[in-house]
Design a protein around this ligand. Structure first.
Ligand SMILES: [Zn+2]
Length: 385
C-alpha cells in the first residue's frame, strides 16, 4: 500500500467517526479544514440558514492564479437507521477484510479523503512551479434540503469574485468496479402532487355523485401509459413512476369526493421542467373534471458534452485502472446540477453499491486508486490548460 493510501484511509476514518448526519456537522468540516490548512490552503467557513440550524460549508483554495480547479463534495451523510441492522458500528470506522466500514465510507467521505491526499501529492511534487489554483467546495447540506449548501456557496463565491474554471464532484459514480462509470450530466427530477375533486355521494346513486377515484385512476393511466420520449444521445428515456395513491375512504358505500396521488418523473434533455409541466396539464385536461396539480422541481436535466475535463478524467482512469469508463447520465440528482451553471463539471468517485445502505464500506485498494486517479487527473488538467 502506498503512503497516500494510508493517509486517505486514516483521513476517511477520522471523517466517518464524526456522525455528520445531515444537516449536522459534528466536527467533520474541522477535520477537512485542518488537513487543508496543513497543505497551505486558505479556508473559508461559510454557514447559511436560520438560527441554530445553520448549515456548515467550507471553501478552501490553494494558490491565487488561474485556472482554478475545484473538487466538490459533501461531508453530510444519510441516517444509519437501526444500528442493529449493521454488522459493525456505523460511525466507528472499523477495518474489515481490507475495507473501511461505516456510514459515509463511499458517499462520500472516502472521496473527500482522496481529494486531499491527491492534492497533497500534487503540491509536494509540483507546488514550486505551479501557477494555477486548486480549491475544495465541501458542503454539509447535500443529502438533505440542499438549500443552504453548494448553491449558497456558489453565490458567495460569485459575490467575492472567486471564479471556478472547472469542477469534479466526487459522488460515488462507479457502478461495479472503480473507474467503470463517470457522469457527464444528470436527469431532472419533477414531483407532481395531483388532487382530483369530485362530488361525494351514495354508491347506490352514482348519477348523483362524481367519483374522484375513477377520474384519478384514468388520469394516472393516461400518464403511466404515455411514452415521454425515446431518450437522446447521452440520456435514457424519461420515466414516470407513481409514488402513492391516497383516498382514505373507510366507507364502502360512499363515493369519495377527493382522491390524491403523487408521482415522480426523471426526465432527460428532451424536456425542461416548464414544458414537461405543460405536457402534464394537457394530458390531465384531456381527461377533464376538476383537479389541482402541484409541481416541485428539484433540478432540471443538464449535460456537459464530452470535452477537456472529462477527457482528462478518462485518461487518468485508464492509466490507473486500465478501465474505459462509460460516460453516463443515470442515477439521481447531485450538487453538480448547481455547479454546471458556473463551469464545466464532471462527476467521478467510488463504487456506489453500498451507498445509503447498511454496512456501507469501501475497499482500501479502491481508496488508494481513487486518490491516484485524482492525482493524475490534476496533472492532465493543468498540463492541458
Ligand atoms: Zn453523495
Amino acid at each position: 500500500m502506498s503512503e497516500a493510501a494510508i493517509d486517505a484511509a486514516e483521513l476517511a476514518a477520522a471523517l466517518i467517526r464524526r456522525p455528520s448526519v445531515t444537516p449536522k456537522d459534528e466536527g467533520a468540516l474541522d477535520v477537512v479544514a485542518a488537513a487543508l490548512e496543513e497543505l497551505g490552503f486558505t479556508c473559508h467557513r461559510l454557514a447559511f440558514g436560520e438560527g441554530g440550524e445553520r448549515v456548515q460549508n467550507l471553501y478552501a483554495r490553494y494558490g491565487t492564479g488561474r485556472p482554478n480547479f475545484c473538487f466538490a463534495g459533501h461531508t453530510d451523510v444519510v441516517p444509519a437507521g437501526a444500528p442493529e441492522a449493521w454488522s459493525f458500528a456505523p460511525f466507528a470506522a472499523a477495518l474489515r477484510d481490507g475495507a473501511l466500514c461505516g456510514r459515509g465510507a463511499v458517499d462520500m467521505k472516502g472521496a473527500i479523503a482522496a481529494f486531499i491526499t491527491a492534492v497533497q501529492a500534487f503540491v509536494e511534487e509540483r507546488g514550486q512551479d505551479f501557477a494555477g489554483s486548486i480549491s475544495l467546495l465541501i458542503t454539509g447540506d447535500e443529502e438533505g434540503e440542499a438549500i443552504n449548501g453548494t448553491r449558497k456557496v456558489l453565490e458567495w463565491l460569485e459575490e467575492h469574485g472567486e471564479r471556478l474554471d472547472a469542477c469534479l464532484v466526487g459522488e460515488p459514480t462507479s457502478a461495479q468496479s472503480l473507474g467503470d462509470m463517470i457522469k457527464i450530466g444528470r436527469r431532472g427530477s419533477l414531483t407532481g402532487r395531483l388532487t382530483v375533486h369530485g362530488i361525494q355521494g351514495h354508491t347506490a346513486y352514482p348519477h348523483l355523485a362524481d367519483n374522484a377515484a375513477h377520474r384519478l385512476v384514468t388520469m394516472l393511466h393516461v400518464l403511466t401509459t404515455a411514452e415521454l420520449d425515446c431518450g437522446s444521445a447521452h440520456f435514457p428515456p424519461s420515466t414516470l413512476q407513481v409514488s402513492t395513491i391516497d383516498i382514505g375512504n373507510p366507507a364502502s358505500n360512499v363515493v369519495p369526493a377527493t382522491a390524491r396521488a403523487v408521482f415522480n418523473i426523471r426526465f432527460n434533455d428532451c424536456w425542461t421542467s416548464q414544458n414537461l409541466t405543460e405536457w402534464l396539464v394537457r394530458r390531465l385536461d384531456g381527461v377533464g373534471g376538476r383537479y389541482t396539480l402541484d409541481v416541485t422541481v428539484s433540478g432540471d436535466s443538464f449535460l456537459v458534452p464530452p470535452g477537456a475535463v472529462s477527457g482528462c478524467l478518462v485518461a487518468a482512469i485508464r492509466e490507473i485502472t486500465a478501465r474505459e469508463p462509460e460516460l453516463s447520465t443515470t442515477g439521481g440528482t447531485s450538487d453538480a446540477r448547481f455547479i454546471q451553471a458556473y463551469c464545466p463539471v464532471v462527476e467521478f468517485g467510488l463504487v456506489g453499491a453500498t451507498m445509503h445502505k447498511v454496512d456501507e464500506q469501501v475497499e482500501l485498494t479502491d481508496l488508494a486508486d481513487l486518490s491516484a486517479i485524482y492525482r493524475r487527473f490534476l496533472d492532465f488538467y493543468f498540463d492541458h490548460s
